[in-house]
Design a protein around this ligand. Structure first.
Ligand SMILES: C[S@@+](CC[C@H](N)C(=O)[O-])C[C@H]1O[C@@H](n2cnc3c(N)ncnc32)[C@H](O)[C@@H]1O
Length: 322
């Protein structure tokens, strides 16, 4: 059996017998006015953060959702698009497709605005998305790509890139590891399927996104997810996993490298009313300007005494320059 087959078997089991709290962080799913989440769907919240950023879902986007689970986020995306097949959900596990279909029917009973035609569930997987090139506005996946071995992760990221329209967004939530996960845990297929041992470090994870062609990444949230303790996991030290919510944009990679926004700002504190670096960055005296990490490092090196760079907040939500 391959590790992907083990994962499929595991998800077939948890489709038939929901495991409360399997992946999710300790917070209630995003609540929206007029949205009622059926109880069985809520019990199958197998995400580790959120990919639904409600302030950014205008103009009824077409969303390709990879790994539908119980259908929770597919329903949340449908809340914004409200038209047939606006959300195309890809799922290889038959029992999971059936569970999501059941849960979405319940959602249609509970939510007058929702019609089951808004979410089209298709059989398929992350490596061969059954969708034409450059046809969707958003690709989303929650707590799935972390279970892939690194080369498969690259395949899945490239596949997401292929189906996105130019400028489109890959919206992900995944566990990341604060230190490399030792081989004995990485090779444990069941732990990997449970989103506990496949996580990469932040640096490896973001680099793979860039290697797949994405020119800009924005971090929406980063928070503690699970602790792999020394006793249970046979480790020399406790190892903290974090949950990372990110957006990656299908835009060209700038010549000097991709832009990653983590919530840093640059503030000019010199003797003039503004600072112009002649590379497109104008800093007004005393006013924070959102900058990507690459620009933050360049500005800090240029004028260390006069430019303050504030630390990453890990909840950047747009604006600024790179
Ligand atoms: C951790 S669950 C997350 C479910 C959902 N995203 C959520 O937030 O509740 C992973 C989902 O991906 C599905 N899956 C497993 N292998 C997959 C693959 N190779 N391609 C696409 N989906 C896959 C699983 O069956 C399951 O539905």
């Amino acid at each position: 059996m391959t590790y992907l087959e083990t994962a499929a078997q595991f998800y077939s089991e948890v489709a038939e017998t929901p495991q409360l709290g399997l992946c999710c962080v300790q917070s209630t799913p995003l609540q929206l006015p007029g949205l009622k989440i059926p109880q069985p769907m809520q019990e199958m919240n197998y995400g580790c953060g959120t990919t639904v950023h409600h302030t950014e879902l205008s103009n009824h986007p077409t969303v390709l959702y990879v790994g539908v689970g119980g259908g929770l986020e597919a329903l949340q995306f449908a809340y914004f698009s409200r038209r047939p097949s606006a959300v195309i959900a890809i799922e290889p596990v038959a029992a999971m497709r059936e569970a999501a279909t059941r849960n979405l029917k319940l959602a249609a009973t509970d939510n007058p605005w929702f019609d089951t035609s808004f979410v089209e569930i298709r059989e398929g997987d992350a490596f061969n998305l059954p969708v034409a090139d450059a046809t969707v506005d958003i690709v989303a996946q929650n707590c799935l790509f972390n279970i892939f071995e690194p080369e498969d992760l690259t395949r899945a990221l490239k596949e997401a890139y292929r189906v996105l329209k130019p400028g489109g967004r890959l919206q992900m939530s995944d566990p990341i590891a604060t230190a490399p996960i030792p081989a004995h845990l990485q090779q444990d297929e069941r732990l990997r399927a449970m989103c506990l041992s496949g996580a990469l470090t932040y640096e490896e994870y973001t680099q793979r996104i860039i290697n797949a062609g994405f020119g800009q990444i924005e971090i929406r949230a980063r928070r503690p997810y699970r602790l792999l303790d020394t006793q249970t996991y046979n480790l020399p030290e406790n190892l903290l996993l974090e949950s990372l919510d990110s957006l990656a944009f299908k835009v060209n990679i700038p010549e000097d490298g991709a832009c990653i926004f983590t919530g840093k700002t640059a503030i000019y504190a010199g003797t003039e009313s503004f600072f112009d670096d002649s590379a497109g960055h104008l800093l007004q005296l005393g006013i924070p300007a959102a900058v990507c990490d690459k620009t933050a490092a360049k500005l800090a090196a240029l004028q260390p005494a006069e430019i303050m760079v504030t630390p990453s907040t890990w909840h950047y939500s747009g604006g600024g320059c790179c």
